[in-house]
Design a protein around this ligand. Structure first.
Ligand code: SF4
Length: 284
């Protein structure tokens, strides 16, 4: 059994919610943030696949502006396609395609600026172009990298991995509130889990990771230490036990979380939850 890394943060957020979703198979009504997040992830996935094509197409010295324009043109086409692919889901949360485009535009611009700067600086420092540029480019930025491990019982998609000669650095991009210091505990454990997966995938040590809080444009560092492996392993075991259990976990006792939770109606309706639990247990 391999569980998704995203379940680790869901579990730390509210184990009862995870049980309602994964054991009793309840679904939160679609939320704007989730649909917009899917569009962003789909766009980043395509961006990753385009990187080699863009790098190899730069065959002579170019200005920063022209390189950025090249990225911008490709990325906006990618964004339009991702929005069109999610048209139905956008309708469910009452967002039209133009609104979705306007909301996603800043993320896409930010990404094109980051990648254009990275490649422009590399060309300036190394004077290489085309195939050679792509071969030697560091850091290479991979987006939406899929990783999994039977040993760790984990699978997931890392938002970004920055690849240096001998080092891999995971980045998670997050919307929503930025903590005053450091990162939220669920984000820390996610980076720890991705570091372990990356380490195994590429057989290279991973010493650090970052969480980028997109709304405030803050990049927060996380140092990876050897104790994190045990921490992740323990949470994975707890989740597996929860998914196989027959016992509904207690409420999370956090008013803030419950207020925002799309499952709160059912969660607080004891009779409905008990009925669902009985049906589920009978079908096992
Ligand atoms: S309403 Fe609160 S306790 Fe219930 S699932 Fe949602 S967050 Fe958890």
């Amino acid at each position: 059994m391999k569980i998704s890394v995203s379940l680790l943060s869901s579990y730390l957020y509210c184990s009862r919610k995870l049980f309602l979703e994964k054991v009793l198979m309840l679904e939160e009504p679609p939320k704007e943030s989730i649909v917009m997040g899917s569009i962003r992830h789909e766009a980043y996935d395509s961006i990753n696949k385009k990187e080699e094509e863009i790098a190899t197409s730069i065959t002579k010295r170019a200005t920063f502006e022209s390189i950025q324009a090249l990225y911008k043109q490709k990325y906006l086409a990618i964004l339009r396609k991702a929005i069109a692919n999610n048209r139905k889901r956008l309708e469910e949360v009452n967002i039209n395609m133009l609104e979705a485009y306007k909301k996603s535009f800043p993320f896409i611009m930010e990404e094109s600026l980051l990648r254009a700067t990275n490649i422009f600086n590399f060309i300036e420092a190394n004077n290489v172009f085309g195939e050679e540029l792509w071969r030697k480019l560091t850091p290479k930025i991979m987006s939406e990298l899929r990783v999994e491990s039977s040993q760790l019982k984990l699978k997931g998609i890392i938002d970004q991995v920055h690849v240096y000669d001998n080092e891999y650095v995971p980045f998670e991009l997050k919307t929503g509130r930025t903590p005053q210091d450091g990162v939220w505990p669920s984000h820390r454990i996610q980076i720890a889990a991705y570091s372990l997966l990356l380490q195994e995938h590429f057989s290279k040590p991973v010493k650090e990771g970052f969480v980028v809080y997109l709304d405030t444009k803050e990049k927060r560092h996380i140092a990876i230490n050897p104790y994190m492996k045990e921490e992740v392993r323990q949470i994975v075991e707890e989740i597996i036990a929860l998914l196989e259990s027959r016992e509904l976990p207690d409420f999370c006792n956090n008013e803030n979380k419950c207020r925002k939770c799309g499952l709160k109606q059912t969660c607080y309706n004891e009779e409905e939850v008990n009925n669902l639990l009985t049906i589920k247990l009978q079908s096992r």
